[in-house]
Design a protein around this ligand. Structure first.
Ligand code: NAD
Ligand code: LMR
Length: 328
């Protein structure tokens, strides 16, 4: 094992997503089977949460993962984020039945102000930050704005679960393997306003839009199914998605760190004005990644229907941003 270990901070480490995530990071599924990791785990200082975290760490120990080079439990972001190279900000309240994710802003926003400030002070200057806690886009925006000394592009929000959900629906509709789908995009907010867009998607070089050839299915079945999948899972499980969310977080970080080889993936990232989205809005875009950097797929034609959907999700994000102005 010749590579130097990297530091991976995970918040909400004793929660349900944490439980589905940590073992996969420690086994090398996120950063590669040759990359040792040191886990810096953050939970609220509450005795019960810290005790549960100790239990998770006992289980991590018991896996004897060869790549797990160290593990720490923290109750304070200032120590948990010290020198961290990766930060997965999961810890936040999940929604229950009948709630929208933006209803969580009041409860969760200040977590991301405090954690953004802590990252600003103590994390590696190259830290790659993924916000999973909802509402993910606006929480990532808050963290970015609270960390002025770190590059803006280090902050991202998770739309990969939406991307994966869209791919899975298309695979079911076309009867083709999910792995054969290329050039899928999800624009905007991780909320029912997100716009999952298969206009450019291909399977074995053939247009998915032409294969499906059903705009009514797109509008009345595909978009609502993908957009409301989180709520459907809460309704069925009584709890919000956890294993699929952890899987999406692994996909997001792996692709960001190790590259996509030209393949499109969706990441929530701060806009620089691309596709008319105002600067800094944390927006889902199709990207490719290489050498630890992402690049927006530019120059895609936006038709009237798509523009309407993009405007809608942008409006919601701007309203969310307005609602947290006082924290920034
Ligand atoms: P959970 O309640 O099971 O776990 C959350 C954990 O975070 C708890 O253990 C809690 O003690 C901890 N926590 C709370 N505040 C914290 C803080 N300030 N610092 C550190 N830890 C803190 O919830 P979960 O199911 O793991 O979900 C976590 C978040 O992820 C929720 O907001 C949920 O809505 C969101 N989520 C996002 C996506 C996405 O696609 N972006 C998908 C699924 C879930
Ligand atoms: C999801 O999409 O499954 C998560 O954001 C959880 C939720 O509240 O829907």
């Amino acid at each position: 094992m010749s590579k130097k270990p990297v530091r991976v901070a995970v918040t909400g480490a004793a929660g349900q997503i944490g439980y589905a995530l940590l073992f996969r990071i420690a086994s090398g599924e996120m950063l590669g089977k040759d990359q040792p990791v040191i886990l810096q785990l953050l939970e609220i200082p509450d005795e019960k949460a810290q005790k549960a975290l100790k239990g998770v760490m006992m289980e991590l120990d018991d896996c004897a993962f060869p790549l797990l080079a160290g593990m720490e439990a923290h109750g304070d972001a200032m120590t948990a984020f010290k020198d961290t190279d990766y930060a997965l900000l999961v810890g936040a309240r999940p929604r229950g039945p009948g709630m929208e994710r933006k209803d969580l802003l009041a409860a969760n926003a200040q977590i991301f102000t405090a954690q953004g400030k802590a990252l600003d002070k103590v994390a590696s200057r190259n830290v790659k930050v993924l916000v999973v806690g909802n509402p993910a886009n606006t929480n990532a925006y808050i963290a970015m704005k609270s960390a002025p000394s770190l590059p803006r592009e280090n902050f991202t929000a998770m739309l990969r679960l939406d991307h994966n959900r869209a791919a899975s629906q298309i695979a079911a509709k076309t009867g083709k393997p999910v792995s054969s789908i290329e050039k899928l995009a999800v624009w905007g907010n991780h909320s029912p306003t997100m716009y999952a867009d298969y206009r450019f998607a291909t399977i074995d070089g053939k247009s998915v839009k032409e294969m499906i050839n059903d705009d009514v299915w797109n509008k009345d079945t595909f978009l609502p199914t993908v957009g409301k999948r989180g709520a459907a899972i809460i309704e069925a499980r009584g709890l919000s998605s956890a294993a699929s969310a952890a899987n999406a977080a692994i996909d997001h970080m792996r692709d960001w760190a190790l590259g996509t080889n030209g393949k499109w993936v969706t990441m929530g990232i701060p806009s620089n004005g691309e596709y008319g989205i105002p600067k800094d809005v944390m927006f889902g875009y199709p990207v490719t990644t290489e050498n630890g950097k992402y690049k927006i797929v530019e120059g895609l034609p936006i038709d009237a229907f798509s523009q309407e959907r993009i405007n809608l999700t942008l409006k919601e994000l701007q309203e969310e941003q307005d609602g947290v102005k006082h924290l920034l």
